[in-house]
Design a binder for this molecule. Sequence first.
Ligand code: PEP
Length: 245
Amino acid sequence: MRRKLVAGNWKMHGLRAQLGEVEAIAAAAAANRQVDVALCVPFTLIAAAVAVAGDMPIGAQDVHEADQGAHTGNISAAMLREAGATLTIVGHSERRADQHETSHDAWAKAAAAHRRGLRVILCCGETEAEHNAGRAERIVQSQIEKSLPDGASPDWLTLAYEPRWAIGTGRTPSLDQIEAIHAIARAKLRMMVGDAADGIRILYGGSVTAANAEAILAVDNVDGALVGGASLTADKFVPIVEAAA
Ligand code: PEP
């Protein structure tokens, strides 16, 4: 039985003025112990968020693949740990689009995060053109094949299926489409890591809101949600946590 995980991705939002939202979300997490809740905030907010989050995990949204070195502007897994992060997102589609990151980059970042004891939310998902061309399943399989780090296991690795065209658009795939892709992702994980695949959580992400969360979270092989816009305030995020509980 996989526990549901609802993770927020604050993207490039969040100043100290928003720490009250972190506190309120942490209080809701404490009141809904049947579900795991985490928030991935900007690097600059990690330490301050950890200070008010109680035992709710605080994560990053990216990590560099090297442990240290001449990589101006980047952040290593050890730095994230020192700031108090316990997890990180890798391979988010906005980084694939804006920073031209590849599945191989995501693989290297996930491995680096794991080496330093961070849990990982590894993202995959097709573009709108790929979706329209009927290639979503093949794209997701190929991304998992290229980005899943060695030794992936449920205690540190979570997969997130996030169709790029659904992120921040208010559009979502049908429940049948979500079910089909999650089944394919599960089968791919099983081919790669055997029985461990049964414990690896697969989140859905892309325009999850209080209005659609319950239905999406009830789909087979949907083990939680990765939530962007609706995670920024407790009033929008907490109902999603409650829908998962
Ligand atoms: C995301 O950023 O991972 C995401 C799913 O965003 P949104 O919920 O805003 O679509």
